[in-house]
Ligand binder design. Structure first.
Ligand SMILES: C[S@@+](CC[C@H](N)C(=O)[O-])C[C@H]1O[C@@H](n2cnc3c(N)ncnc32)[C@H](O)[C@@H]1O
Length: 411
C-alpha cells in the first residue's frame, strides 16, 4: 500500500478522522442548520474550514438532499431530541439517571483496573469518558464517536458549560406514569438539571470523530471500551462491526463490550457469536456476564421509569496475533439496482441498493464493484495495493460495511 496521507480537519478542537472530512462537514453543517441552528459559531467555523458557504454549493445541496434520509448513518446522532434522550439517561441529576446504575455495577468488577489509557468507541455524550477519567489508575481517555455533535455536547457537560448547550436541553423533562389503579396517566415535569461531572486533576480527555467501522491502525490506548454501540446493529452487520474493532487491535490490548441483547428486527444480537468472534481474533476472555441493566430509549417512557434489559458485559485481552485479513467478503450483487455515474454530480456515484439510494465516493464505489466479484478480503486488499493508501482502503471498507453493503466473516 502507498504511504498514509493526513487530511484531518477539526471543529472546536474536535478532530474529524473520517475518510472524507469535507463531505462529513457539509452533512454536519446541514444537520446543525436543521436541528440546532442556534449553534451559529459552529456553523461559521464549519464554513471557514470548508472554505465556502454550503448554501452556495450545488453538489453539497444535491448530496445533502439525498443523504437526508440517512444523515444519522453519515454523521451519527445529530437530532436534538435523540441527543437529549442519551444525555438524560447518563447525565440527568435525578433517580432516572441510568449511568449511575451501570457505574455501581462497574465499580465492583475488575474491568478498568488493568489499564492506564482508555479509548471509548461510540462514546455518545461521554458520561463513560467522564467516569473512567475519574479513576485513579487512568491517565488518558479518548472519547470517539461518529457524531461530532454528541461529543461536543458531552464536552460541554463534562466541562460544566451548561449555558452553552442548545436551548432544548434546558427545557423541563416530562415523565409519564400510570397510576396504581391503571386508570390514569400522570405527568411529572422535572427541571433539567445535570449530574455534576467528576472531579479529575490534570487529566485531559481527547475527543475525536471516527467511524467505528473504519478504525484505522491500533487505537491509542491499552483498553478499548465499546458501551452500547453494538445496540445500533444486528445480524451480520453487528458481527462485522465486532470484526472491524478486533482487526484494529494489537496483541496486549484489551477490549470491553457492553451491549443490550435486545431483539432487533434485522437479525439477532447473539452473545455467543460476539464471544466467538473475539476468540477467533486471538482474544482470551477475562470477564463475562449477562446482567440486568437499564437502557431507556426515550425520556417520554410511558409508564416504565427505566427499561431494563439483559446486557452482555465482556472483557477480553488479545493474546495472539491472528491474520486480520483472513476474512470472507459477504455481499449480494442481486440487490444492486441502477448506478448513476453522472460526473456533474461531483466525484460521487449514486447507487440503488434494494430500495435505498446511496451515494458513494468514486474510490469507495471502485472497491465495492470489486467486492461483487471477489470473496476474499486479502485478495481485495492486494488488488488496491497500488491504487490507494492503506488508510483510504480501510475507509472504503468502513463506508461499505457501515452502510451494510458489505459484511465480513472470519474464515
Ligand atoms: C446507542 S448510542 C450509545 C451512546 C453511549 N455510549 C451510551 O451509552 O448511551 C450509540 C452512539 O453510537 C454513535 N454511532 C453510530 N454509528 C457509529 C459508528 N459507525 N461509529 C462510531 N459511532 C457511531 C452514535 O452517534 C451514538 O452516539
Amino acid at each position: 500500500m502507498k504511504t498514509i496521507r493526513n487530511s484531518h480537519k477539526a471543529i472546536k478542537d474536535i478532530n474529524i478522522k473520517v475518510g472524507n472530512p469535507s463531505k462529513y462537514l457539509r452533512t454536519l453543517w446541514a444537520a446543525i442548520n436543521e436541528s440546532c441552528p442556534e449553534l451559529k459559531d459552529v456553523l461559521t467555523e464549519i464554513e471557514m474550514e470548508l472554505g465556502y458557504d454550503p448554501r452556495e454549493d450545488k453538489v453539497a445541496t444535491l448530496n445533502s438532499a439525498d443523504e437526508s434520509f440517512n444523515k444519522t448513518g453519515a454523521i451519527g446522532y445529530y437530532d436534538q431530541p435523540l441527543l437529549i434522550s442519551i444525555a438524560d439517561r447518563e447525565w440527568i441529576d435525578s433517580e432516572y439517571n441510568e449511568f449511575n446504575e451501570l457505574a455501581s455495577y462497574l465499580e465492583s468488577k475488575p474491568l478498568f483496573s488493568s489499564a492506564s489509557s482508555i479509548y471509548i468507541c461510540g462514546a455518545g455524550v461521554c458520561r463513560m469518558g467522564d467516569y473512567v477519567s475519574s479513576l485513579e489508575n487512568i491517565k488518558s481517555v479518548y472519547c470517539s464517536d461518529l457524531s461530532w455533535l454528541a461529543l461536543y455536547v458531552g464536552r460541554m457537560l463534562i466541562q460544566r458549560e451548561y449555558h452553552k448547550l442548545p436551548t432544548l436541553f434546558h427545557a423541563p423533562r416530562l415523565f409519564y406514569q400510570v397510576s396504581s389503579d391503571f386508570n390514569a396517566i400522570s405527568a411529572q415535569s422535572l427541571h433539567a438539571k445535570f449530574h455534576p461531572s467528576s472531579e479529575r486533576t490534570g487529566k485531559n480527555i481527547q475527543y475525536e470523530v471516527r467511524d467505528a467501522f473504519a478504525l484505522i491502525g491500533p487505537t491509542p490506548a491499552e483498553l478499548v471500551c465499546v458501551p452500547y454501540l453494538l445496540d445500533l446493529f444486528a445480524g451480520d452487520q453487528m458481527k462485522t462491526l465486532v470484526t472491524r474493532i478486533c482487526q484494529s487491535m494489537e496483541v496486549g490490548q484489551q477490549l470491553l463490550i457492553i451491549s443490550t441483547l435486545l431483539f432487533h428486527p434485522v437479525g439477532e444480537r447473539n452473545p455467543q457469536e460476539i464471544v466467538q468472534t473475539l476468540k477467533t481474533f486471538g482474544f482470551e476472555i477475562d470477564y463475562l456476564d449477562i446482567a440486568q441493566l437499564p437502557y431507556t430509549f426515550s425520556y417520554y417512557n410511558y409508564g416504565a421509569r427505566k427499561e431494563t434489559w439483559n446486557t452482555l458485559i465482556v472483557k477480553a485481552t488479545k493474546y495472539k496475533q491472528t491474520h486480520s485479513r483472513n476474512l470472507k467478503l459477504l455481499t449480494d450483487a442481486g440487490k444492486l439496482g441502477p448506478v448513476d455515474e453522472d460526473t456533474s454530480l461531483g466525484d460521487d456515484v449514486h447507487i440503488t441498493w434494494q430500495d435505498r439510494k446511496i451515494i458513494l465516493s468514486r474510490n469507495h464505489f471502485d472497491v465495492f464493484q470489486k467486492c461483487l466479484s471477489c470473496v476474499d478480503y486479502s485478495d481485495l486488499y492486494e488488488s488496491f495495493a497500488n491504487k490507494m493508501t492503506a488508510e483510504e482502503f480501510e475507509h472504503a471498507i468502513g463506508a461499505l460495511t457501515s452502510r451494510s453493503l458489505l459484511c465480513l466473516q472470519a474464515k
